[in-house]
Design a protein around this ligand. Structure first.
Ligand code: ACO
Length: 381
């Protein structure tokens, strides 16, 4: 007991290093810089499988055979449509509303139209997962089209989930290289242990709130600039750097001012984030073919300077910004794309949590006042 009569309680700031649960979905080895999805190294998955296969792996615990994959893909693609009321809501939103705010609100609204809304059975949660993955992609594409005064497009049943999204968003078929880059971007963002938004999702699921509530919590958490919102902030920084020769002084200025460089550092990785390697390669390829090689050069120089000055490596959000920019995605949509990919992981974790649930309810150390006496309101200063 301490002087206040509380037990000795030593909070772990930011829950750093706290083991808050178990998962089969993914493992992050921060010391050695590797990431595993359900037993498979992320590098091998990135080279050999599609995003659709990875979602299947995260939800069903194995890589699908051809027949299983085709059935799964066509179920998700058939859900890439929205109730007309949700499209109306998107149309009525203030034009300046941030896409993450609108995405979060639309996902929350979808709970009112879902036939399995109040049903937490394993079967209903699986159906809702399929639906929500397709709908999440569609909200983002439709939101962009509505705001650009373009007609919303129906999914193409012949395309995989990721390329379908690109088609519905940009209004033109992605070529093979664009489709592969985008697939890999989604795959690399699909899951990442007990990160902040996944933990938020699991806390919500642990109260036996439904999957729409779980996703809404996760979306709110991902938006922050210390988490998924960093990719948008990376792009803001790039908009202030016109030429590679400006990089050194710009970054030194920021560091001297004690500012953080967005897209760098990580709570778990102490070496390079393994996802950054793939996105760096795609950034180079896509920027060159879009006649934006100078843009990739600026990114690369920033990486060199931050590493030299602070010994910090880029995280997934850094080159994700240049890849998305080269694919023609506006920066305010970057975090929504991250959300669409991470929906795979959030839902995998939600299903895991429901399957073996115990309410997540930690405790705290009280540092407020003691023995206060209520003064009647008329006598308070
Ligand atoms: N720029 C400059 N310095 C940094 C950065 C950065 N991006 N990240 C960490 N540091 C420094 C800190 O100032 C601190 O230095 P000090 O010891 O001299 O004070 C040291 O590195 C340790 O930083 P912490 O804040 O203790 O690390 P923490 O684990 O809390 O932070 C975080 C991790 C939040 C990701 C941090 O690195 C950061 O703010 N990065 C920028 C935002 C970002 O890119 N977020 C996306 C992360 S990936 C994801 O969520 C998908």
């Amino acid at each position: 007991m301490d002087a206040t009569g509380q037990e000795e309680r030593v909070p772990v700031r930011g829950l750093e290093g706290v083991v808050a649960g178990e998962t089969k979905a993914s493992y992050v080895d921060g010391a050695n810089g590797f990431l595993i999805y359900n037993g498979y190294d992320i590098h091998e998955l990135a080279d050999k499988v599609s995003f659709d296969e990875v979602v299947y792996l995260l939800w069903y615990g194995k890589l699908p055979n051809r027949k299983e994959l085709e059935a799964f893909r066509s179920r998700v693609v058939s859900e890439m449509r929205l109730p007309s009321q949700v499209i109306k809501m998107i149309e009525l939103a203030p034009p300046g509303a941030h896409p993450m705010d609108l995405l979060r609100t639309a996902v929350s609204a979808l709970s009112m139209f879902d036939p399995d809304s109040g049903n937490l059975s394993v079967e209903a949660n699986e159906r809702k997962s399929v639906r929500l993955l397709g709908q999440m992609m569609t909200i983002i594409a439709d939101m962009y089209r509505v705001r650009e005064h373009q007609p919303v497009l129906s999914a193409d049943p012949t395309l995989d989930i990721g390329p379908n999204f690109l088609y519905m968003f940009r209004g033109r078929m992605p070529d093979e290289e664009e489709a592969s880059a985008f697939e890999e971007l989604l795959l690399l963002h699909a899951d990442h242990g007990f990160n902040a938004s996944t933990f938020a999702a699991r806390v919500t699921a642990s109260t036996l709130a439904d999957m729409h509530a779980t996703l809404t919590s996760a979306l709110g958490t991902l938006k922050g600039s210390l988490h998924g919102g960093a990719n948008e902030r990376v792009m803001e920084m790039l908009e202030e750097i016109d030429h590679v020769d400006m990089v050194d002084s710009y970054i030194e200025g920021m560091l001297n001012d004690g500012q953080r460089i967005m897209g760098f550092g990580h709570r778990v990785y102490k070496v390079e984030d393994p996802r950054a390697r793939h996105l760096r390669e795609w950034s180079e390829v896509l920027c060159h073919r879009a006649d934006m090689a100078h843009f990739h050069d600026i990114f690369h120089r920033i990486e060199q300077v931050v590493l030299k000055k602070k010994g910090i490596y880029p995280n997934v959000d850094f080159y994700s910004a240049s890849v998305q920019h080269a694919l023609g995605i506006p920066r305010e949509y970057f975090t929504t794309i991250f959300s669409a990919a991470r929906t795979a992981g959030w839902l995998a974790h939600a299903m895991e949590q429901y399957a073996d649930n115990r309410l997540i309810r930690p405790t705290s150390r009280y540092i407020g006042a003691w023995n206060q006496k209520v003064v009647p309101i008329g006598q308070r200063s």
